[in-house]
Design a protein around this ligand. Sequence first.
Ligand code: UD1
Length: 425
Amino acid sequence: MSAFAIKGGQRLVGEVDVAGSKNTALAILSSVVLVDGLTVLHNVPDVSDTRTKAKLIERFGAKVEWSEGTLAIDATHLEMAETDEEMVRSIRTSFYLLGPLLARIGRLELPAPGGCRIGARPVDYHIKGLNSLGATIELQNGVYRAKTDALVGADMLLEKPSAGATQHLMATATLARGCTVIRNAAMEPEIVALADFLKSCGARIEGAGTSVITVQGVSALQPSEFRVEADRIQAGTYLVAGAITAGDVRVNGLRPEHQAAVISKLRDAGAEVSEGHDWVRVQAPDRLKALTVRTMPHPGFPTDMQQPMAALLTLAEGTSVIEETIYESRIGHVQELNRMGANIRLEGGSCAIITGVDSLSGASVEASDLRAGAALVLAGLAAQGETLVKNIHWIDRGYQKLEQTLTDLGGVIKRVPTEEQEVPV
Ligand code: UD1
């Protein structure tokens, strides 16, 4: 087990390139089993979630080869397999393999999924949608047993615009006979990216990125080569790293329109933000101003940036309010930030009232999930003294070479064995 040892107080200055999107890569890795042949994916982030997902599809017979961010996946021959419960439980998107594998092999058993502990995270929309496409799914002793004679297109309405359910159902519908309509679909950039990938394989999809997606089923998907675009949450995290350290950070290789909600809040807080065709730069004063932030489905403020934003606002002048509306308990960062001297009070479970303090002080803290971990690293960069962030396996799920990137920007951060209590920086 490792930890991040951080010596705070350095202004971050410089430029960073962002790795490929974890969530897009995971969505494509679920759908790649629809393709009867070889898929080549470029710019796949080398993080533990993508590694686990690649291993999982290998269990079902796909052949996978990694080479420096490029993944070659041959899903010509697939078979029903016993899967390792631990592996399936470690990532939520393991469940998104159910529909695509059913479309190819007709029968399947998959343990119930896990993922970051940020709320109940049910899969009922997925199951309802797959049922309407003609799948029978039963949960017995923690294992989903699914089968279908034939998938047939259907008209369905999601109760909430779930990113995962939209991806899962859209992908599965590509091989269902006839037309599928998904209403109240999620509009996240990762949905559009997945649709682009599926279309590159010959799928017929319209409306991805809007609330109504239409899929005309085809008989097979063809091999293709596809590049995963930059991770908008990693990009947002580095912008906040610049802002929290009163720094000057330019993030390259991203789509500024995907950062619109984050950019708008950084400007409201008093940071100067400039943008070009594929970059965003933040220049922050010594002290930012308090904000009101409400997480919403895209294009609203992303829930994945809620915890990093909370870290930023602990040091802003005045009282900020952050309302988390997507997950009921995405609050694992609160107690740990308070250990560092922040003044955060929770109201009604998921509304954080943050009274800005003059400074944070380094402490030994524990990541409770991926973005909570990122928030603690950000706080550590700005805190006085030394911070030890433990449980960084959560952070490794979604940030490729985080410590290297922050070091390149002038941060002082090292990966150390957890037993090491002194911060050797
Ligand atoms: C994805 C992202 C995650 C992001 C989230 C929202 C991945 C791997 N993860 O998660 O980083 O925070 O989108 O942008 O891409 N819900 C149900 N029933 C369901 C499905 C969802 O009630 O069957 C609820 C969830 O509990 C949550 C809300 O819908 O309250 C949105 O969840 P969803 O968009 O599905 O999130 P994920 O796809 O799991």
